[in-house]
Design a protein around this ligand. Structure first.
Ligand SMILES: [Zn+2]
Length: 416
């Protein structure tokens, strides 16, 4: 049974009907959050007793209601939780896991959010939509809006890799490249797009639905482990993944499925770590910090928060979590480390592993802690970085058994 009740404004507590085509609070412009009836949620709590590799729609009772005919799904969610064989044990942590969302339909975790947000938009009769993207969200919105026969326009940042830009057009959406000096300009433009131009936006948080799908991280990870991890590491762009996961764990707590909550860890490139600045300086709102062009982690290179980043500051503080910053060098090493675990991650995704190593070496993670690093996107969309991180093979042979035998000797593999 569906448990969603209404939207509630973060700022003025206004309650708004879920069927209204709104982005921000019509009264004060604040962010909207979906509120649920926990007593109704409890009726579906049996879902969490076992894990099934299924789409996010397994948990549809915990989303705003979408009727069967409006669900747009490409099999998003239900990704594997891979236990670390090298990175964790080499640092004395046996229970390090990677939630491998590189396996999503468009190669990025954004598919969770867009499957739900596009389906929901169809449900409430939205006719067209606009999003801003650093690349991955654009490809995802393009794919899902094409399946929904729903005209979408995507503004993709000029810093995105050509592969990411091209993918958006391959999936069929209309797109333009967005140039800007700082992220605050984008924030202002998006607010005006809603207020003055009457656009329906699919940008995290300004769209009140997208991050609801990120609750499935909590649902899936708990169901598979049958315990709450001590630490949950997330790359931080606009913060939908971090916030949605936190909301999901809090719901599991409210309905009595779990009796504790994880420490939430937000990971940013050192070049733009506005959240770390806000946490370290005990600020109630984040401010612009650093230069987006100074990191290879494109997907998390935004240098200022949307709407002050208040939810994200609250999440890190309330969970006793961490806001960490990692260098490009640490990210590149983490990409190599992850390769040996069988996962090729884009820089933003590998940032969680870089941060785990940093936190462990700084003594913040105990050896018996259970840690999940969310790996949000595939390396295949930033091929130039892959070429920087991993060299081409140096040895060349002809198709000849003698040359092969010589090669096996060089690799010390000639004896059984
Ligand atoms: Zn309000």
């Amino acid at each position: 049974m569906n448990s969603a009740v209404c939207f509630v404004c973060d700022e003025c507590n206004a309650r708004i009907d879920l069927r209204e085509q709104v982005n921000l609070c019509p009264k004060c412009g604040g962010l909207l959050e979906t509120q649920y009836d926990y007593e109704i949620m409890k009726l579906s709590a049996g879902l969490f007793r076992e894990y099934r590799r299924d789409s996010i729609w397994r948990y549809r009772d915990f989303f705003p209601e979408v009727s069967e005919k409006n669900i747009i799904s490409l099999g998003e969610g239900g990704t594997p939780l891979i236990k670390s064989l090298h990175i964790g044990p080499s640092l004395g942590v046996e229970n390090l896991y990677f939630k491998n969302d590189t396996l999503m339909p468009t190669g990025s975790f954004k598919d969770r959010g867009y499957s739900l947000a596009v389906s929901y938009a169809k449900e409430i009769g939205v006719k067209r939509g606009l999003t801003y993207s650093s690349g991955n969200a654009g490809a995802s919105f393009s794919a899902y809006s094409a399946r929904a026969d729903f005209p979408g326009i995507i503004l993709v940042e000029y810093l995105a890799s050509d592969t990411k830009k091209s993918m958006i057009l391959l999936y069929g959406a209309k797109a333009a490249i967005l140039e800007y000096e700082n992220f605050e300009q984008i924030s202002r433009m998006l607010d005006e797009a809603v207020r003055e131009l009457g656009c329906y936006l699919f940008v995290n948080f300004i769209n009140p639905i997208r991050h609801e799908a990120m609750k499935t991280y909590a649902y899936e990870i708990f169901s598979e482990l049958q315990r709450v991890p001590d630490y949950s590491f997330h790359p931080l762009g606009t913060g939908g993944g971090l916030w949605g996961t936190w909301k999901g764990y809090n719901e599991l707590f409210q309905i009595g499925v779990v009796d504790r909550l994880p420490h939430m860890v937000a990971v940013q490139p050192a070049a733009v770590c506005w959240l770390k600045q806000a946490i370290d300086h005990k600020m109630s709102e984040g401010r612009m910090f650093g230069d987006s062009t100074q990191t290879i982690a494109q997907s998390i290179s935004g240098n200022s928060p949307l709407h002050g980043g208040k939810r994200l500051i609250r999440c890190v503080r309330d969970s006793g979590g961490l806001a960490l910053a990692v260098s490009d060098e640490e990210i590149i090493q983490a990409m190599r480390d992850l390769g040996q675990e069988g996962i090729v991650a884009e820089p933003a995704a590998a940032a969680t592993v870089a941060a785990f190593k940093q936190a462990r070496m700084a003594g913040k993670i105990k050896s018996n802690d259970t840690v999940v690093c969310v790996i949000t996107g595939t390396a295949f969309k930033q091929p130039d970085v892959v070429r920087r991180v991993a060299k081409l093979p140096e040895k060349v042979i002809r198709a000849d058994a003698g040359e092969l035998q010589a090669l096996l000797r060089q690799f010390h593999m000639d004896k059984a």
